[in-house]
Design a protein around this ligand. Sequence first.
Ligand code: ATP
Ligand code: MG
Length: 440
Amino acid sequence: MRLSRYFLPTLKETPSEAQIVSHRLMLRAGMVRQASAGIYSWLPLGFRVLKKIENIVHEEMQAAGAQPVLMPTLQTADLWRKSGRYDAYGPEMLRIRDRHDRDLLYGPTNEEQITTIMRDDIRSYRDLPRNLYHIQWKFRDEIRPRFGVMRGREFLMKDAYSFDLDFEAARKSYNIMFVSYLRTYARMGLKAIPMQADSGPIGGDLSHEFIILADTGESAVYADKRLLEMDPRADDIDFDADLEPIVKQWTSLYAATDEKHDPATCPLSADEMIEARGIEVGHIFYFGTKYSEPLGCTVSMPDGEKRLLHGGSYGIGVSRLVGGIIEASHDDAGIIWPDVVAPFDVALINLKSGDEACDAVANDLYAKLGDAGVEVLHDDRDERAGVKFADMDLIGLPWQLTVGPRGVKAGTVELKRRAGGEKHELSIDSALSRILDFET
Ligand code: ATP
Ligand code: MG
């Protein structure tokens, strides 16, 4: 993509409404614009990151055996009246009336909807287990939308729903999601720690929030230091195997948010514990027959008996993750994207756009990188070097490849890694192969 044609409205000034660094940087980097309180438009750069995160979530969910579907944003109130949640949900639910005076709502989550789908079309115990998920916009009329996309009113969520015959089978489905979540966040360069969460009216211990550490997080967290050293992607995973031992490895170490933390029962000494702040980026939950019962979601057993399905739901805050990743990875100059979610791989900076020799080298690099499948944002604007470097540091692409008149004469370009900041003056070919070796 040529920057001269790209819609990238970066800002020099820090917008006064933004209280945390990710929100400031997302506005300054031209990723999002607020449409109204807690509701955002995603501009080209932000949208690319959102899609990258979505893709990772899709791949990891499907690797774990979940199947993508797409349910609507609007749901009928009747469906929620049946489960009893229409009244229980309170003012966070956006209620809408259509022209026929029918009550609708903008879905804050989809348990009722998916349970109905299962009920209508699943027949036999042989059809289980099933796990269906979608990535869809949700609306929750948060009393205090803030921190940009971190606590929006409209936000993008991945929500998966598992259906099983009994508790033991549901626990297996839960464990699969538990392990899959750890791997998903790790793939995005995040250290997410699973923490026991309230499981609501059903009780039991099958409810975990996945929390990443960040100074601006909304909850205080207390966790065993050893959790930070564990690498969920160190080994290949067979999702058909018994995952209980892996889940135990994680859950046997203490980790709790302020909601659950109790200094009296916490087994850790001060040296063994991280005390920090955290952002909830996902939540998994076993809810048994909470929805299958009121909605009549059953399958037939061999003897003709009808059995209620046991469900679990598994959320990931996809749009919140964009902010979360920035909270975890930035410096004073701007964002530092982990490679896998970066909107482009390379910032190709032509310091003297319009100069024949510089243009020739830059265009050639652009073509070669593009042919190899590397995503390049080519800064071909007629701007001062300082502006170009500042913009590229701000938007945080992993590589900066700079073409300038002096280097071009000598046959060299400068290659900088945004993360470490180290710069190398290299021949054009070796700069190219260094990027290609890494990216392809
Ligand atoms: P929170 O405690 O942050 O309000 P929640 O417990 O209500 O979240 P869940 O119902 O568990 O949220 O939703 C699953 C995920 O969706 C959360 O883990 C979070 O990452 C994301 N999420 C929830 N609410 C918002 C929001 N208002 N804006 C952006 N993401 C959200
Ligand atoms: Mg939650």
